[in-house]
Ligand binder design. Structure first.
Ligand SMILES: Nc1ncnc2c1ncn2[C@@H]1O[C@H](COP(=O)(O)OP(=O)(O)OP(=O)(O)O)[C@@H](O)[C@H]1O
Length: 367
């Protein structure tokens, strides 16, 4: 565990970058420091590995004051990833990653094998291993940066805006890769970003800092979204806070109806008299085909002859309420089709059911 105990950093010119910061970073979790430019995120991060020394207070790593550990020893147990990856330009990719194991005295082959293993782990094509950094895209370089930070298998990883310089699509895939890696590795990660969406996606806990280096709130993402501590945090979270909260709420409380589906092979005459406006049409394997408007049903024939309206689906038990709502908005029926992991229809969440579930969410705010 990393513990900040009333940590202050005053730079030589008198700037107070961090002011009496106290917080704990639990082992094996991702803690994100987020906040506007100049709020002291980077300074806080760098005080952990002593690239910057605190003016007052203590940072304890598993109970030991980092100031009592000499920086090279300290940094051996702490991986560090920065924006633009910071790779050595004149070394091949594999050698960039093997540098730390090499410094730790591993022989050349063992260090190289470790580097190749890590490149694979971070999702990089091994053909890249013998290239130089300039021959890689920004996103690929960031992957190498992560592999390099993991090379000595440090228990702690510090990441300073590591994905800020890449486009949104690459950024999303790097974020997902990090979450996948973390599920395997369980590192203690401190991640700095100014992007609240990134913070909410990656953080087990999110520390929101305000300018002057004050901690405004430390909470898990659902709590942060439901109960911001003050106006500053509320504003920082942005206008669509309510919608984003739905991503953290499981769809399990959503009532499904089993009686709103009809096989495409059914005779129209068997469904004409239903009181419903819409029916979800499924194929022989129970997979959704679309929505049939009951009022537009022909006089005779099978449902297969009916023109179908578009539909949206969500995976029951895996998607959030936001996924269900999104699926409903993709269809003129206003209802969402729930499917199981194999894509078979599990039921229909009607507008009424969604309304009921959303009502419970709204009722939970401030509770
Ligand atoms: N070496 C320095 N000397 C004086 N002031 C500094 C120094 N380094 C940083 N600062 C100031 O300390 C404050 C916090 O800076 P820091 O880089 O930690 O913020 P940040 O939250 O990481 O910002 P950004 O998101 O813009 O990178 C800022 O006001 C900055 O200008």
């Amino acid at each position: 565990m990393i513990k900040f105990d009333r940590v202050t950093k005053r730079y030589a010119d008198g700037t107070i970058a961090v002011d009496g910061l106290s917080l704990e970073v639990p082992t094996g979790e991702i803690t994100v420091f987020v906040g506007p430019s100049g709020c002291g995120k980077t300074t806080s991060l760098r005080m952990i590995n002593r690239m910057i020394d605190a003016t007052e207070g203590q940072i304890l790593l598993d109970g030991v004051d980092v100031k009592s550990i000499d920086p090279p020893t300290l940094r051996r147990g702490i991986g560090y990833v920065i924006q633009q990856a910071g790779l050595f330009p004149h070394r091949k990719i594999v050698d960039n990653v093997a540098t730390v194991p090499h410094l730790l005295g591993w022989d050349r082959k063992k260090a190289r094998d470790r580097a190749m293993e890590l490149l694979e782990r971070v999702g990089l094509d091994l053909k890249m291993a013998d290239r130089y950094p300039f021959q890689l895209s920004g996103g690929q370089q960031q992957r190498v940066g992560v592999a390099r930070a993991l090379a000595a298998d440090p228990p702690v990883l510090l990441m300073d805006e590591p994905f800020s310089a890449v486009d949104p699509i690459v950024r999303t895939s790097l974020q997902e890769e990090l979450l996948r890696l973390q599920a395997e590795l369980n590192k203690t990660i401190v991640f700095v970003t100014h992007d609240i969406d990134e913070a909410i996606k990656l953080g087990d806990r999110v520390a929101v800092l305000r300018v002057g280096g004050h901690l405004a709130q430390l909470a898990d993402p659902p709590t942060l979204l439901a109960r911001p501590a003050d106006d500053f945090v509320r504003e920082f979270l942005g206008r669509d806070r309510g919608i984003r909260r739905l991503s953290f709420i499981s769809d399990e409380g959503l009532r499904l109806r089993a009686d709103l589906t009809v096989p495409a092979s059914a005779e129209v005459s068997s469904v004409r008299d239903t009181a419903e406006d819409w029916l979800a049409v499924v194929d022989g394997a129970d997979r959704p085909l679309g929505w049939a408007a009951v009022k537009d049903l022909p006089e005779s024939g099978t449902v297969a002859d009916v023109p179908l309206a578009p539909y949206g689906t969500f995976v029951r038990g895996r998607d959030s309420l936001r996924g269900a709502l999104d699926a409903a908005l993709l269809s003129p029926s206003g209802s969402a089709i729930a499917v199981d992991e194999d894509g078979r229809v599990a039921g229909v969440a009607t507008r009424e059911a969604l309304d009921e579930a959303l009502g419970k969410v709204a009722g939970g705010v401030g509770a």
